[in-house]
Write a protein that binds this ligand. Structure first.
Ligand SMILES: Cc1cc2nc3c(=O)[nH]c(=O)nc-3n(C[C@H](O)[C@H](O)[C@H](O)COP(=O)(O)O)c2cc1C
Length: 256
């Protein structure tokens, strides 16, 4: 019982971190240490998929009014495919780069100090590229700066089942599934001990944009926090310390 109470209090402390602490603690930024990269690095020569640029997408329009008042969590999807334009739109809506300079990156979502500590992984199940061919199933990572998909893990027999296991059986036959990870140092570099509250807030900003954006393409989503931390690290191939999963969301076409 004491242990539970203690854990609850520790959890509350993270959300109550006093901003004044940032004045008392010297950050790596103030020490003049080189800033971490804006996105998780990847090996040259990796398999990449080009995504349609924003300028070439036909805007998927519904009214903001409709998007806000029709938003629901959806857990039942049809067998339909997403197309690559729709996928590119969802990635732009949740982690898209609008402007980049050597010291700052601005995205479609806000971020404390524009540090943008969150990466997007995606499991592709049913996505087609209208001009070329269906995009192979597998685990990918979105590269927001390049606006490309990086293949992280090729599809293998049982991949969706392994992922579903990490999701505590909440895959629900989705066409694609976003998994957001935090690279905490990107925020700690500037905001040290108050970073963790901000990271959690930012995951919410990202997922809310997804909730609104999916409605413009006849899709549904659902924020997923009840997944298995450890199984998800193993599935993604991340260490769970310098990078850890924070939130997930399925995407699939829905019957209107
Ligand atoms: C932070 C967060 C975590 C959630 N995790 C799950 C989850 O793991 N599984 C699930 O079925 N729904 C999950 N949901 C969806 C909620 O159950 C849903 O938002 C709530 O029932 C209200 O329904 P509505 O979104 O349709 O308004 C989550 C929602 C949020 C905001």
């Amino acid at each position: 019982m004491d242990w539970i109470k203690n854990e609850i209090l520790k959890g509350r402390e993270i959300l109550k971190k006093d901003w004044d602490l940032t004045e008392k603690v010297e950050s790596d930024l103030s020490k003049g240490i080189k800033r971490p990269p804006f996105e998780k690095p990847f090996e040259q020569g990796s398999f990449l998929i080009e995504l349609p640029a924003r300028e070439n997408l036909k805007p998927f329009d519904i009214s903001l009014w409709e998007a806000i008042f029709n938003r629901r969590s959806k857990r039942k999807y049809t067998e339909d495919f997403l197309n690559i334009d729709e996928l590119a739109f969802l990635l732009l809506a949740t982690n898209g780069v609008k402007k980049i300079t050597p010291n700052v990156v601005f995205k479609t979502v806000p971020s404390g100090g524009a540090m943008h500590p969150i990466e997007t992984y995606l499991i592709i199940n049913r996505v087609k590229d209208l001009e070329r061919k269906d995009i192979t199933k597998g685990l990918y990572r979105y590269l927001p700066i390049e606006h490309k998909l990086l293949l992280e893990k090729s599809y293998y027999e049982g991949m969706i089942e392994d992922f579903d296991d990490a999701l505590n059986n909440q895959f629900w036959g989705a066409a694609a599934y976003f998994v957001w990870t935090a690279i905490p140092y990107r925020m700690e570099y500037k905001y040290t001990v108050v970073s963790h509250k901000m990271i959690a807030i930012e995951a919410g900003h990202i997922c809310q944009n997804l909730y609104l954006a999916v409605q413009a393409i006849g899709c549904g989503t659902c924020g997923i926090a009840a997944y298995s931390q450890k199984k998800m690290y193993k599935f993604l191939g991340i260490d769970g310390n310098d990078e850890f999963t924070i939130y997930c969301a399925p995407i699939g076409k829905v019957n209107q």
